[in-house]
Design a protein around this ligand. Structure first.
Ligand code: NCD
Length: 326
């Protein structure tokens, strides 16, 4: 295994999926193409394929989640894997067991894949460094660092809406960039896919410290930032990750950065409106826009299943099964 990139095996294939950063244009497109083939499966009346039959996948969620956990579970089931959901509150870590001990115990149950969500940045990487060679780790969100499957379902949504040529697209990501693992993963993915222009729109207090290195255009005024964009991605204020007040009030935030029909009229006429969810109506987005004809917020959730099927099946590709490891 390559030392420089934990995610990619020596054969160039996906081994773990921890962040979009450090992946290749080729691998991102392979994820999108594979997801395209699974999108058909999820629309059939019999939704299962036998690709991961006999494999065991553990959803290890140390942080609350609805969409992400359930779509991972559905994706695993549609690939015919056995799925275990580890309940965070009841987990042994609250009894003092270390993360590594929890991991070793689960590995002793012959698990093939961990899907991990944790409030600390770096947890999925940490686990990936410590699992046995046949086990894959998928990052389902770590702190404010990365949420790569969300970013890939967003890329898939954009490709479905706008076609495969990202080189023609202007994309604006609006809101709490500083605390958003989704924004980070999206920015890396959009840049890897050669998006013509990636903009971020945020008040200064919600910009990440390393914004210069991200390869984006920064705007502080929403109307300016939305001018002629093809896609706008709204983000939730991550209040749970803010230390102290970073904004005067939610009302004022909505006045300046809330997406309304009026502000959206600055964008291209066929603009696509996205949001990873959960949405806060009247804070970052007006209901008229969230439920309006330009919004694909619920399609994103549906596409999440096909994209997660793609990532899980790719990470398990040609992986020697547990039996070969004794
Ligand atoms: C995001 C997350 O958890 O990072 N949501 C999600 O996965 N659907 C974004 C958020 O919580 O705002």
């Amino acid at each position: 295994m390559s030392r420089t990139n934990l995610q990619i095996g020596d054969d160039g294939k996906l081994r773990h999926f921890l962040s979009t950063e450090g992946l290749t244009h080729g691998l991102l497109n392979e994820i999108l193409d594979t997801a395209e083939s699974f999108a058909g499966v999820t629309e059939q009346s019999v939704k299962k394929v036998p690709l991961l039959r006999g494999r065991t996948i553990v959803n290890l969620f140390f942080e609350a989640s609805t969409r992400t956990r359930t779509t991972f579970e559905l994706a695993a089931k549609r690939l015919s894997a056995d799925v275990l959901n580890i309940n965070v509150d009841a987990s042994a870590t609250v009894k003092g067991e270390t993360l590594l001990d929890t991991l070793r115990n689960l590995e002793a149950m012959h698990v093939d894949m961990f899907v991990v969500r944790h409030c600390d940045s770096g947890t999925a990487h940490f686990i990936a460094r410590h699992v046995q060679p046949h086990v894959s780790v998928i990052n389902a969100g770590d702190g404010r660092h990365a949420h790569p499957t969300q970013a890939m379902l967003d890329m898939f949504t954009i490709r479905r809406e706008k076609g495969a040529d990202f080189g023609r697209l202007r994309v604006a990501i609006v809101g709490d960039i500083a605390h958003s693992r989704v924004a980070r993963s999206q920015i890396h993915a959009l840049n890897l896919l050669n998006t013509s222009e990636v903009r971020i729109v945020a008040p200064r207090t919600l910009l990440p410290f390393d914004v210069e290195s991200l390869g984006v255009k920064v705007y502080h005024d929403l109307r300016d930032g939305l001018r002629d964009v093809d896609v706008v991605i709204m983000l939730r204020l991550q209040n749970e990750r803010m230390k102290g007040a970073m904004l005067p009030s939610e009302h004022e935030y909505f006045q300046l950065y809330g997406l309304t029909e009026e502000k959206l009229s600055m964008a291209s006429p066929d603009v696509t409106v996205m949001h990873p969810g959960p949405i806060n109506r009247g804070v970052e987005i007006d209901s008229q826009v969230a439920d309006g004809s330009r919004s694909v917020i619920l399609q994103q959730v549906t596409y999440g299943i096909a994209v997660r099927m793609a990532v899980m099946s790719m990470a398990m590709q040609q992986r020697p099964s547990q039996e070969n490891h004794g």
